[in-house]
Design a protein around this ligand. Structure first.
Ligand code: DGY
Length: 323
């Protein structure tokens, strides 16, 4: 029997690509240049599986292409707001993602940004590199104490809970959260976490606010001017979720005018473009979407895609099916 044909949209870790080569008639993207909409349509017409990632926009227009051969889209990433899920469903396509394996690394980056923002790490690094540091003094670059402070999490899924664990058990932080559903009691007890009834309540009480909700229309600009104004002047906002959860213009205004003390961002509206307003500010730590960027995690994400399409082609239910 001939091997299923799979098309991978970007370069993957070498050991996962080797597995793909062994198991499938695979078309890899050696150049790592993003595929165009036309190329993605052609991929759906010529392969049994398309393996995109979070930066490939798989729109309804692409999914509705005629004469499709593909039956499964194995997304390399836990977030799948890059795919028009309703259109995929309507087309009878199976869609899978890669949960669990990136939880800790993404929570680590959220913690890193929290620390960077609180302790003015980006600013300090720039000061040294610009050769302007004149030496230690008692009032130089005072930041905010993290240990024992309050962390508010908006969204309380796997990544938020992993961050809460690090913050509570490692930094003795008090945990507040806002989430649509009630987590298991043992999780609440372990973290001594307090559920806020509204986002507004959380924003006004936390010194550090970290976003952990999915991207997409439902959460677009969840953090807007009105909500930023509810935060404390000493507060820091951390985003490792999706860029469009925050209204960038409003955040830039908040940072400039001191409504909040700082922000740490790993994701951006319209990335990789960055609003130039952020680049002029000292009180924002910026990272290029590094949440899951460790050797171990990226290999594990690739393996997760392999497991999902392996199950699908064996006639089984893929464990990470989202549609
Ligand atoms: C995801 O998987 O959704 C992240 O944004 C990239 O790892």
């Amino acid at each position: 029997m001939s091997k299923p044909k799979v098309i991978v949209t970007r370069k993957w870790p070498a050991e996962v690509e080797a597995q793909l080569k062994a198991l499938y008639d695979v078309h890899l993207n050696e150049s790592d240049i993003p595929m165009t909409a036309e190329e993605l349509k052609h991929a759906l017409q010529t392969a049994d599986a398309l393996l995109p990632t979070v930066t490939d926009l798989i729109s309804a227009d692409i999914l509705n292409v005629e004469n499709k051969r593909a039956r499964i889209i194995g997304n390399f990433g836990v977030g799948y707001n890059n795919i028009d899920i309703n259109a995929a469903k309507a087309q009878g396509l199976v869609v899978t993602n890669t949960p669990h394996v990136l939880t800790d690394c993404t929570a680590d980056i959220a913690m890193l940004l929290l620390l960077m923002s609180a302790r003015r790490a980006s600013e300090g690094n720039r000061l040294i590199r610009s050769r302007q540091w004149t030496g230690w003094r008692p009032t130089h670059m005072l930041g905010q104490k993290v240990t024992g402070n309050t962390l508010g999490l908006i969204g309380f899924g796997r990544i938020a809970q992993a961050m809460a664990k690090k913050a509570h058990h490692g930094f003795d932080m008090k945990i507040l959260f806002f989430a649509p559903s009630q987590p298991a009691q043992n999780i609440i007890d372990d973290l001594q976490a307090i559920r806020c009834k509204t986002i507004e309540e959380l924003l006004s009480e936390a010194n550090f606010v970290s976003l952990h909700c999915p991207g997409g229309e439902a959460t677009r600009h969840l953090i807007n001017e009105q909500r930023l104004k509810l935060m404390r002047p000493s507060a820091h906002l951390i985003n490792t979720a999706r860029g469009d959860v925050i209204d960038s213009k409003a955040l830039i205004k908040a940072l400039k005018e001191g409504w909040i003390a700082g922000a740490g961002l790993d994701v951006f509206e319209g990335e990789p473009a960055i609003d130039p307003g952020f680049l002029e500010l000292d009180n924002v730590a910026l990272l290029p979407h590094l949440g899951s960027a460790t050797e171990e995690t990226r290999v594990a994400m690739g393996n997760r895609v392999l497991e999902n399409i392996g199950a699908f082609f064996a006639g089984l239910e893929p464990s990470d099916r989202v549609v």
